[in-house]
Ligand binder design. Structure first.
Ligand code: GCB
Length: 592
């Protein structure tokens, strides 16, 4: 789905702000047609934001099921154009009503959706927009979850991922006009030929009598042009996109009366002989797995928080991150392009693993893949999420790997049967980028059955923390033994460490450098780095996590997960300075 962008033929109005809000305590607001009239006795709620931490009402915070959002908006005088509502994300299901009529229903909390509301409003008149938002997860959602009852009869949401189930309207809501005949999709792939860039484009503009394209450079000058919906153009002496160099071009598409400018960068990505190549040069990933997570707005997108995070990442010498464990806001992806950050783009398929020990992720006792749990229907949803993510993010030069799942069960025949078709779905949707998944500790090289389906080995490892707790000598030994096995099994696969590091309580300083202390984080992370430096196939280090973040309450979590390089409010832990020295030295040596 195309990102909303203004042009001579498209005009948008952002509907963010203070909306009305009401919790549907009995989850019967849809049956009782709440959307037919203004909400009765609503409270106020900011959009975008998770609603959970805005009030200090535990019942709202913990509600399982529907909440209703509502506001009014003006329909502009849009003539013969169509009027579209775009939601960046509604977590996890959104049912959208205009003046009481349902116009869209979308499940999947981290990807955009749209509704054409032209026929439901009158130009120049105000209309009522109501959105019912459901936070429930089931075996057939991605990520999966399960609603049960506690012994007191209350609904209880179980899920198998280690971050809080924030819900609400998390990203901007935008109302925009576009011509009836319009550009609905474009796929751009790029190549490098000496000093020139080759740009292959494929436009979808149903019903358009003519399609023309112009490539514009950063200053808006035309550097190439062509006619037709498909083709290839050459950009002479191109400014290539590269890590640390966010050189962007725009493909201006004119389809009859519609004009849409799609940003893109010219670069190549390739896996070869155990190395990860960007523009033909070996790239080493330095960075983190992150979360969209904040004290007040939860998973709500904020440009201020986003830019602050990038400033911190740049201060530290990072050059990359993974969108653990779901697609991030479209604003994030644009910003990564512009800032020259390299992104491992992940689907929301997290927690497809009932074998992960209780405590990290909560209730267990299920079989991962079975007709009653993660089944064929779940796999269909998973396949669609892969397609939708790729459709959204395919033109971002920053995205270099698709991560189709985080720590799924991967050591059983059932997991192979589940993932084989999904790897094919990803390759079909994007034949140009390497694909991968993050491998869990319980499925090392001699147990995992799916690594050959993918191009890059991505390892989440907690030696010295969940295993060999506090014993870094054993931890190092076991880490090296495991790495040796991966290199032996897949000598031509590059290996990226996509998670490592211990929980670290800010201010907990310890002469004996024990687990949870700030000193232990330095020692544990330092041990991993020492090992990485000895393996040519290790081409990246993305520690867990950029910052502390909220989780479900549990005996393993103190006010959330504390594995951050930074605290939840972005203060550096002592380890941040040590890693900064390493990363800045690497940056100096490699040039990015
Ligand atoms: C993991 C998960 C991540 C958790 C992390 C932890 O392996 O991928 O979501 O937060 O471990 O801290 O336990």
């Amino acid at each position: 789905m195309l990102r909303v962008r203004d042009s001579i033929s498209r005009h948008s109005t952002v509907l963010d702000g203070v909306w009305n809000f009401k919790v549907d305590w009995d989850n019967n607001g849809l049956e009782n047609n709440w959307a037919a009239a203004p909400l009765v006795d609503p409270i106020t709620m900011p959009v975008p934001a998770s609603y959970n931490d805005i009030t200090v009402d535990t019942k709202i915070h913990d509600h399982v099921g529907y909440v209703f959002y509502e506001r009014t908006a003006f329909a502009p005088l849009y003539g013969d154009d169509r009027l579209i509502l775009h939601f960046g994300s509604v977590t996890h299901e959104g049912v959208v009503f205009v003046n009481g009529t349902e116009v869209a229903r979308h499940t999947g909390g981290y990807l955009p959706f749209e509704a054409d509301i032209t026929d439901y409003v009158n130009p120049g008149e105000e209309f009522r927009l109501t959105v019912a938002v459901d936070n429930r997860l089931s075996w057939q959602t991605i990520p999966p979850g399960l609603v049960t009852k506690d012994d007191s009869g209350n609904d209880k949401q179980i899920y198998w991922h280690d971050f809080y189930n924030y819900a609400g309207i998390h990203r901007s809501v935008t109302l925009y006009t576009r011509p009836a005949v319009h550009v609905s999709d474009v796929t751009i792939t790029t190549g490098i030929d000496g000093a020139d860039g080759t740009v292959t484009y494929d436009v979808v503009a149903e019903g358009a009598a003519s399609v023309k394209v112009r490539v514009l450079d950063a200053s808006g000058q035309e550097v190439a042009a062509a006619e037709g919906a498909h083709g290839e153009v050459r950009v002479e002496n191109a400014d290539f996109w590269a890590p640390g160099h966010g050189a962007m071009y725009g493909l201006e598409i004119t389809a009859d009366g519609d004009v849409y400018v799609q940003p893109f960068g010219i670069r190549t990505v390739e896996v070869s002989k155990g190395q990860f190549l960007i523009n033909g040069k070996p790239f080493y990933f330095r960075g983190y797995g992150r979360h969209e997570d904040n004290n007040t707005v939860g998973k709500g997108h904020s440009d201020a928080l986003m830019i602050h995070d990038y400033e911190i990442m740049k201060w530290q010498g990072a050059n990359s991150f993974r969108t653990s464990h779901y697609p991030y806001a479209e604003e994030e992806m644009d910003y990564a392009d512009e800032q020259g950050f390299v992104v491992i783009d992940e689907t929301p398929a997290v927690g497809i693993n009932m074998g992960i020990g209780g405590g990290i992720a909560g209730a267990q006792g299920y079989t991962t893949f079975s007709p009653d749990t993660v089944n064929d229907a779940t796999r269909e949803v998973h396949a669609q999420v892969i397609r939708d993510l790729i459709a959204r993010d395919k033109n971002h030069p920053s995205v270099v790997i698709w991560s189709i799942a985080n720590e799924p069960e991967s050591d059983t025949d059932a997991s192979y049967d589940y993932f084989k078709p999904l790897a094919a779905v990803a390759r079909e949707a994007d034949p140009t980028r390497p694909i991968s998944y993050t491998n869990v500790m319980m499925a090392p090289a001699d147990k995992d059955k799916i690594a050959e389906l993918f191009d890059v080995v991505m390892l989440n490892r907690y030696f010295g923390w969940y295993l060999d707790t506090g014993n870094l000598q054993d931890a190092e030994k076991h880490l090296r033994e495991e790495l040796d096995k991966w290199v032996k099994r897949l000598p031509d696969h590059p290996i990226i460490f996509t998670e490592y590091g211990p929980d670290t309580m800010e201010g907990n300083s310890d002469f004996f450098r024990r687990p949870w202390s700030e000193e232990f984080q330095i020692d544990n992370i330092g041990m991993f780095h020492r090992v990485f430096d000895d393996y040519a196939n290790v081409v990246g280090e993305q520690m867990w996590n950029f910052a502390d973040f909220q989780t479900t309450p549990g005996i393993m979590r103190v006010g959330g997960n504390k594995k951050g390089m930074f605290t939840r409010d972005r203060k550096p832990k002592p380890n941040a300075y040590v890693v900064r020295d390493r990363w800045l030295a690497m940056k100096e040596k490699l040039g990015f």
